[in-house]
Write a protein that binds this ligand. Structure first.
Ligand code: ADP
Ligand code: MG
Length: 581
């Protein structure tokens, strides 16, 4: 009997029985084109769905080797395949009878960003996709025939459509892979060109709405055009739409860059695109050729956050009641202390570029003008404003800043580049800013009492990471991309603008668990820990983050986070304890 017949027979024999009988279908089944592995069977129709994998051999799938041999192409192709499977699911899957998640088929494919993810994996021998399925039931009674339609008809159809090269939209697929490869190539050239971020001409930066990440379309869109003085060009390995292999756009040099301009002229839109430029984007996103240094970290005020033992003295000293600021702790940070901590924590784990927007900054952290200096003297003001540190951060630590600042001209004195957004287009106004400095010298005093000096490292104590809840020793839930529940700790990630999807957050949660179990020693600093995690991902991929991972049981819904978001999540864990070094 073929495996397919066997599965059909089992399904018909358990039809009408209690849900637990579904456990019998666990195992692997050889279909004509693929192997179906049913790795995990859910306990009831409302529980987390069952986990399956579909594996197609390369000689059947015929994915061109050229599209997956290089690591960057493999990453892109895997991402593309997960998307095509999601598209086929939409076309093929019909609504089923039943309760709970009955009949649903789900794959964790990406959105505007292209990330390393576990939903689809290509090896030299096969291509595999991991899906979740809701095994159908009426109440708790198995609907065997519905399950048969799902596993033996819909799954094969999805596989044929999405995993066989002959049925894949080959042109779109090749374009996707090559576009991502171009993005990688630009990224690799940034540093040696002295560029912190690049925005290609004709990029479409604005989004459809405040709650949509899709590009704005229509006649109101103003495509990006670089000012002549900032024109930067990069060679790319694959021809662009216009047939050329050189891409032109605006290079934001390392150093200190101000983005100024009137309200509503597109400043924040540029900065948001730069924030996301640390990731690759799908072709057609509009930001696919907005490429930012990988170690760029968005900094903002975040009052209410917890701060654990951070040395914020470069920005804040002499707090009331002698509260120490070299090992600052609070359950409820203010706008300025939270922004100071966010900067120090980003520097602690290796940021190269800080991204700030006045819209989301604490005013008293950013500026302190001449008149205020007269009224409130330095010895009564704990804050050394960012304007008095920004230069030192670049000159001494080689950390650049890109700052949206329409509200204060005091930053002109410290800027290397000044870009003015006007009617959504950038203009280089550095020379004008210099003239203004000469004509209207600032009346303010520079306030930086002591140099920043060495950044204090911190050793996180593994005992502060309790992953247990109730009877479970490991309970990590992701309610939304910005809310991680680790054991009984709710970690609020709303202000991590560069954490982009739920699967990343899930990976962060499990990475923290793995780190607490295996990487945190008495001497490993937070920086050591997050760097060790990066090595671990590079070597092993993300699969092994699942605490229940067994060789044949893949999680299928992780996407790769950056070390900055992992560190930031640890920093927001309310039970965190650290020792300074
Ligand atoms: P600012 O930060 O300068 O006040 P925003 O970046 O918030 O301005 O942009 C204001 C509005 O203009 C937003 O609704 C945004 O979507 C829209 N917008 C920004 N850039 C463009 C553009 N290039 N083309 C069309 N609309 C844009
Ligand atoms: Mg703004």
């Amino acid at each position: 009997m073929s495996d397919q017949d066997l599965l059909r027979k089992t399904l018909s024999s358990i039809d009408g029985r209690g849900y637990k009988a579904y456990k019998q279908i666990r195992g692997s089944y050889l279909f004509p084109l693929f192997t179906l592995c049913i790795d995990h069977v859910q306990g009831d129709p409302f529980a987390l769905p069952s986990k399956i994998r579909i594996r197609v051999n390369q000689d059947i799938s015929q994915l061109p080797r050229d599209l997956w041999e290089k690591p960057i192409r493999k990453l892109a192709l895997e991402d593309f395949i997960a998307r095509s499977v999601r598209r086929s699911i939409k076309q093929v899957v019909t609504p089923k009878k039943g309760t709970g998640k009955s009949g649903l088929i789900f794959i964790d494919a990406g959105r505007q960003e292209v990330l390393e993810r576990t939903a689809a994996v290509i090896s030299k021998d096969w291509v595999e996709v991991r899906m979740q399925v809701g095994l159908p039931a009426a109440g708790r009674t198995i609907l065997g025939n519905e399950a048969f339609i799902m596993l033996c008809q819909e799954i094969p159809e999805i596989t044929e459509q999405a995993l066989l090269w002959e049925n894949i939209d080959q042109e779109a697929c090749t374009h996707f892979v090559k576009c991502v490869e171009n993005q990688e190539s630009i990224k690799s050239q940034l540093d040696t060109s002295g560029i912190a971020a690049f925005v290609a001409n004709d990029s479409v930066l604005p989004r459809q709405s405040g709650i949509s990440d899709l590009p704005l379309s229509g006649t109101s869109v103003v495509p990006f055009q670089t000012p002549e003085s900032l024109l930067t060009s990069f060679e790319v390995p694959n021809p662009l739409m216009n047939g050329e292999t050189v891409i032109h756009g605006m290079g934001i040099p390392k150093g200190i860059t101000l983005i100024v301009g009137g309200g509503y002229h597109g400043k924040s839109t540029v900065l948001k695109a730069l924030e996301r430029g640390v990731y690759y984007h799908i072709p057609g996103d509009g930001r696919e050729y907005v490429v930012t240094n990988n170690n760029s970290v968005k900094i903002r005020a975040e009052d209410g956050r917890r701060i654990e033992n951070v040395n914020i003295t470069p920005f804040i000293t002499n707090l009331p009641q002698n509260t120490p600021t070299d090992s600052f702790c609070t359950e409820d940070g203010s706008g300025s202390t939270s922004q100071a901590a966010n900067i120090m924590e980003a520097l602690e784990v290796g940021a190269d570029v800080l991204l700030l927007d006045e819209d989301t900054s604490a005013t008293n952290f950013m500026v302190r003008d001449a008149r205020m200096q007269q009224l409130v003297q330095k010895d009564q003001e704990p804050i050394t404003p960012f304007v008095d540190r920004i230069r030192e951060v670049y000159d001494e630590m080689d950390v650049s800043t890109i700052l949206v600042m329409g509200g204060s001209g005091d930053y002109f004195d410290v800027a290397d580049t000044v870009i003015k957004m006007q009617d959504y287009l950038p203009h280089d106004v550095h020379d004008q800013a210099l003239k203004i400095i000469a004509e209207f010298p600032t009346q303010r005093q520079v306030e930086s009492p002591k140099p920043i000096g060495r950044i204090t490292g911190r050793i996180p104590k593994s005992s502060s990471f309790d992953s247990s809840r109730g009877r479970k020793s490991v309970k990590i839930d992701v309610q939304a991309h910005d809310l991680l529940i680790y054991g009984t700790n709710r970690i609020d990630l709303r202000y991590l603008d560069q954490l982009v999807e739920k699967s990343q957050t899930r990976a962060v949660g499990h990475a923290i668990y793995y780190a607490a179990q295996s990487l945190m020693t008495d001497s490993s600093t937070l920086k050591d820990v997050v760097e060790a995690l990066e090595d671990f991902f590079d070597k092993n991929g993300l699969d092994q983050l699942d605490p229940f991972y067994k060789k044949e049981n893949h999680p299928g819904n992780f996407s790769r986070p950056r070390k900055y978001e992992i560190a930031a999540t640890i920093n927001r864990l309310r039970s965190l304890k650290t020792i300074s070094v």
